[in-house]
Design a binder for this molecule. Structure first.
Ligand code: SF4
Ligand code: SF4
Length: 97
């Protein structure tokens, strides 16, 4: 079991979850430092179609990230709302390569 990041993260990316993850298993297309710089530059439009994902192979299911998310995008795998179930696979697929 792992935690899963779902649709509300899209374009938000404040990365509070990354700060508290003890195993550094939350990542996106860009490094968090770069995301922060884009936000500082006021260029959020560049992040509109991006979100972060949780690597289910590394997540230790501690739950620390879930209460940190300001848009309630993080759920335990068994608790993902039906309309966002595809995100279980999307999170896993992001780390397949
Ligand atoms: S549940 Fe814990 S280990 Fe998994 S992503 Fe969240 S903070 Fe990281
Ligand atoms: S999951 Fe929540 S806390 Fe983490 S980057 Fe996305 S919106 Fe921010």
């Amino acid at each position: 079991m792992a935690f899963v990041i779902t649709q509300p993260c899209l374009g938000c990316l404040d990365a509070s979850c990354v700060e508290v993850c003890p195993v550094d298993c939350i990542h996106g297309l860009l490094p968090v430092d770069e995301i922060r710089q884009i936000q500082l530059d006021g260029d959020e439009a560049r992040l509109a179609n991006m979100q972060l994902f949780i690597d289910p192979q590394i997540c230790i299911d501690c739950g620390a990230c879930e209460p940190e998310c300001p848009v309630e995008a993080i759920f335990e795998e068994f608790d993902v709302p039906e309309e966002w179930e595809e995100y279980i696979e999307l999170n896993a697929k992001f780390f397949e390569s």
